[in-house]
Write a protein that binds this ligand. Sequence first.
Ligand code: KG4
Ligand code: ZN
Length: 341
Amino acid sequence: MTELVVDESTLVLGIETSCDETAAALVLGGFDVVSNVVSTQVDLHSDFGGVVPEIASRAHLDVLNPVIARTIVEAGIDDERIDAVACTVGPGLIGALLVGVSAAKSLAMAWDVPFVGVNHMEAHLYAASLEDPTLEFPLLVMLVSGGHTMLIEMQGHGRYRLVGQTIDDAAGEAFDKVARFLDLGYPGGPAIDLAALDGDPEAIRFPRAMMDDGYDFSFSGLKTSVMNYVRKHPDVSSEDVAASFQAAVVDVLVTKARRAAADIGATGIVLGGGVAANSLLREQVLDVCGRDGIQGFLPSRSMCTDNAAMIAAAGWHRLRSDGPTPLDVGATPNLRLPFID
Ligand code: KG4
Ligand code: ZN
């Protein structure tokens, strides 16, 4: 394999199979999305109210090859044009991750191009820059997904400092659990977002844990408080509960992100992860950014949830900074972001 010069003409195939979306994408020069295919398994898991790891791995096996093939066909290119293959190596479900990692390594070997292992969380950080490549550091990134809730100071490409994180449930997990309790459907985040449109966010004053206390979050008490309230008031409208719960989560997230952004002198707040698709969160982040004279970078909803364009973008940056990943690197279910400090 000749050494690859990573520049604007480098075309990276991204592959994502860490959870319940099978995705592939082709991204040129780290920013330009040429094609982007996502096959969701939501229907397969909805009866169980959550992702079933065995079902997820099997479904990835079934659809990954067709998803990759469609990505290449939609881009209108030949395989030979692909310069590198990037794939999520963690965090995620081990069986699910291994499907993508094995496919990515096989393709890299067959095509004789570099393989680059990508941290899924780092990829979420890059989703906003795919749509706005003009981001200026330092940035305050709020990463809110089903498994993580973090405030991160992004000082430059690959330079992250952890500002705060949840000490119990992730924000998305709280949305999912409350939606299941209210029987609103699966996945819970979009279901609560929708129900909240018809509810009164001020109907019930749910607690805002640790609001004035540092940058960490806690959502498990809020979830319990929603359950206790509904048990005591069985006739309450689900829409009011959904709207009031959502308002409490968003209030804490936005208040802390705003304070952290001011503290680090951020040029803007970047949203990433599935919960970043939430309507109220998006509206309030833009509102505080406008008031504070900083930028609010909100990836489109399809870029907030799991996709492979963000994997290809993060892969392009990693390839440029660190070079290819050795093929003996495996999947790491609890992979962490490489924080400084
Ligand atoms: O980033 P993601 O697609 O997968 C993980 O890496 O976890 O995030 C999924 C999470 C789920 O908890 C889902 O309920 C939540 O994101 N989510 C939302 C919305 N859309 C997805 N939460 C609140 N409002 C939404 N509109
Ligand atoms: Zn994710």
